[in-house]
Design a binder for this molecule. Structure first.
Ligand SMILES: C[S@@+](CC[C@H](N)C(=O)[O-])C[C@H]1O[C@@H](n2cnc3c(N)ncnc32)[C@H](O)[C@@H]1O
Length: 332
């Protein structure tokens, strides 16, 4: 199965040196000046000759710069720059989780609980910071919402080709984050309206995110209540995208029970999730999603959960995104 086009950004994040050199080139404005074909001024005055040689050498080695003496971007990097939002969001996340990998990989393998306590990844994604919309929490949560939104912006078109919502009228996106997936679903289906259920701080950020989009009037945000609060409305489509893997089986089952109880007659649930197993050989750029490898499930795990929640019909498929992704559809 071919990878979608946006995955081409990963070629420039394959190793830590290339990725960090690229982040520096963005920070110093080098990429912008080269895009504007300003090779003569591409390097800021504060970069000395030795620094320039090292940085440009790393950028040539990773394929960002074309080979040869001229200072210009390679054709393949220019193609990847069409996904600049994703490239920059991944680079920002790698700066954060790179040290987790370097300092804590042994703990990740032998003592996952210690990894979870110590890793900056889990501190960043702490849902405790997503409840009270203080300015500090909004700033903190917006860092990871930027990352999840950038991923979803590019994943959603592929997933919506497979998860067919054309017959649906009301979508509930549980853990729908900034509303990016809901907005793309509404753009694709003019008769659809969507409710995003997420934590209060995320809902605040999501309202801002969708406000500038054409489908804004058809998207509402509902702050998530306690774990026994019924889901809002009677949606005929409920999506869990990259959401259930955050939860152990008991809580994931709780979400699926609530989904089944809320669904309108004939409605469907879609589980859109990275698939286990994540095996060796992942690239540096995949770290932010690969470090959650213990959380991803196999198709059979989701079958058992859906069974236990009382779903009768299920359809399983997979698409290849940055890694294999389940597209699971279930009905009562
Ligand atoms: C890994 S993110 C995935 C977000 C988005 N669906 C995506 O694919 O990018 C998980 C989402 O679940 C949300 N979440 C966490 N606890 C929740 C709860 N109890 N109810 C609803 N959403 C929740 C988080 O705030 C976050 O937006």
């Amino acid at each position: 199965m071919p990878h979608p086009d946006y995955v081409r950004v990963d070629a420039f994040l394959a190793d830590a040196i290339g990725a960090r050199a690229l982040a520096t080139a963005f920070e110093l404005g080098i990429i912008d000046r080269l895009v504007a074909s300003d090779a003569a001024q591409a390097l800021p005055g504060r970069v000395d000759a030795a620094g320039a040689a090292l940085l440009l050498g790393a950028l040539r080695a990773s394929g960002v710069l074309a080979p040869g003496a001229d200072l210009r971007l390679s054709a393949s990097f220019c193609e990847a720059l069409r996904y600049r939002d994703l490239l920059e969001a991944k680079l920002a996340m790698l700066d954060l989780v790179g040290p987790d990998f370097l300092e804590l990989f042994t703990a990740l393998i032998v003592d996952p609980a210690r990894f979870q306590r110590s890793a900056r990844l889990f501190e960043l994604f702490s849902y405790d910071r997503a409840r009270d919309p203080t300015p500090e929490n909004l700033a903190h949560v917006s860092r990871w919402v930027r990352f999840t939104s950038a991923l979803t912006r590019h994943e959603a078109p592929v997933l919506l080709d497979v998860a067919d919502l054309s017959a649906c009228q009301h979508l509930l996106d549980v853990g729908g984050n900034s509303g990016e997936f809901a907005a793309q679903a509404c753009d694709r289906h003019p008769g659809l309206r969507a409710t995003v259920l997420d934590l209060p701080v995320v809902c605040h950020l999501g309202e801002r995110h969708v406000a500038r989009l054409t489908s804004a009037a058809r998207i509402g945000f509902v702050p998530a209540g306690e774990s026994d609060t019924p889901f809002p409305g009677a949606p005929d489509a409920i999506v869990f995208k990259s959401m259930l893997h955050d939860w152990p089986d008991a809580q994931a089952l709780g979400f699926l029970h609530r989904a089944r109880a809320a669904l309108a007659p004939g409605g469907r649930v879609w589980i859109l999730e990275r698939a286990a197993p994540v095996e060796g050989g992942f690239a540096w750029g995949a770290l932010p999603v690969a470090l959650f490898f213990r959380s991803y499930r196999r198709a059979g795990d989701y079958r058992a959960l859906l069974d236990a929640a009382g779903f009768g019909t299920m359809r399983f498929s997979q698409v290849e995104l940055d890694m294999p992704f389940h597209v699971i559809e279930a009905g009562a």
